[in-house]
Design a protein around this ligand. Structure first.
Ligand code: ZN
Length: 98
């Protein structure tokens, strides 16, 4: 299931040019000691090349609530929609809009 959020454009590493990227509604979580990285995964509409947008990078695990962590692990669709419509988050990741 994919989220229908803001349409973003990004230079695709697979196509070699700017394409529309779709919010997959899936998170990628990488815990390393007491630090955590979380990304929201987008995919090129054309070639399915993935693009991970950083939500947290090297964030202290203690600063995230267990509830939030659980939502990331369960690929919560509401949370994926929330980030997918978060302009500041998208801009931080150099996403382009029309
Ligand atoms: Zn592509």
């Amino acid at each position: 299931m994919q989220s229908d959020t803001i349409k973003v454009y990004h230079r695709c590493g697979g196509c070699g040019k700017k394409q529309v990227f779709i919010n997959t509604g899936k998170f990628r979580v990488n815990a390393n000691g007491d630090r955590i990285d979380v990304w929201l995964i987008y995919r090129c509409k054309k070639c399915k090349h993935s693009w991970n947008l950083a939500i947290y990078e090297r964030k202290k695990l203690a600063k995230i609530t267990p509830e939030e962590y659980r939502l990331f692990m369960e690929n919560d669709s509401e949370l994926a929609d929330k980030y997918g419509n978060d302009i500041a988050f998208l801009k931080r990741n150099s996403a382009e809009f029309k």
